[in-house]
Design a protein around this ligand. Sequence first.
Ligand code: NDP
Ligand code: MG
Length: 379
Amino acid sequence: MGNRLKIAIAGITGSIGTSAVNIIRNHSDRFQIVLASAHSNARGLLDLAREFKIENLVITNGVKLSTNSENKKIYRGHEELYKLIQETDFDIFLNAMPGSNGLLTSYHVLKAGKKLALANKESLVLAGHILTKMAKANNQPILPVDSEHSAIFQALGNHTREEIRQLYITASGGAFRSLPLEDFSQIKYKDAIQHPVWDMGVKVTIDSATMMNKGLECIEAKWLFDIEYDQITPVIHPNSIVHSMVEFIDGSILAQLSNPSMELPILYALTYPGRIESTNVKTNIFDLPPLTFSEVDYNRYPLFKLALEVARTGGLHPTIMNAANEAALELFAKEEISFLDIHSKVEGALNHFQNIADPDLDTILEFNKRAFDYTLRNN
Ligand code: NDP
Ligand code: MG
């Protein structure tokens, strides 16, 4: 048990966190958890701490627990987490926080010179230009956990970006991929939080319905693989079996396939560059339905179209877009705006805030908050 990989997990009680915990439970001879955070689910965090004997625990919402029968020291707030990231001995950090809240965690992991397994795509949407430089200086790639990016990372192997013709990023099309367009104005929150394939956190599920998620993922791909947007082609693939593809300059297309399970990309990030046995991920290719691929209908997904324009513009605008989208989702959850209003909210914030090229971290954090507040206030 001496040489187990020491893993830290932010957002351990969420959907990605739970998949990671399942893997670690099944491979307790290889992996141990040495640091974990949850935002408010103290009960869940303490249960995991007991099961996995986790020494360093953080409740990021900062609230003091009224009872802690285990008498474990529990750190509170994001700042204490950042301190622990510098001080704790771990081999790899899985960032599974949701939304722009995850950015500073990624930043501190890279600042500590540690390996980052990244589920929190928003980190790269806001500060890809900063984080990829830090990873490069550490001489370690950021390990993608998002299934599409893991697929590309696996298909790429040791090939260089000069050998890539294009990346095909697959998308399920979300909850409303076949809803008649005239019904979109009637969409309710409870409909938007149902995903046809994946069981995920609320934000990423609604982002899949608008396909903002795919917009964020195109930006994520640009930074992870140092690629131009002209070389990124989104594809609707409702089966969610092909997780993405790389077309090389010689015309060869390599795809990564499996039944949909986030355990696969998480496991690969933990074991990279090796692979180990997965007890849960199995795909019987004879059971697969015919696999279909089609182009994106941007009339159905105007927010995705907008996100791709913002991606190309770059600078501060991806931060503004993401913050406005996060605020709009809060308003949509409270039924204060309609599903279609999410788009106009994001557009409104982009029109309000001027773009800034190559923003530094403080500027990003400041405008992230300002665009979020602006969107909530101007409702
Ligand atoms: P969930 O909402 O299921 O879980 C979020 C986790 O982070 C929980 O542990 C939660 O704690 C904690 N958390 C919530 N709010 C905050 C906050 N403000 N600060 C710090 N921690 C917080 O999210 P997912 O697991 O679905 O997603 C996590 C990230 O992974 C997202 O960036 C998402 O886009 C990405 N991702 C997710 C996929 C999936 O299949 N779920 C697929 C690909 C990417 P508590 O339980 O206490 O609230
Ligand atoms: Mg994804």
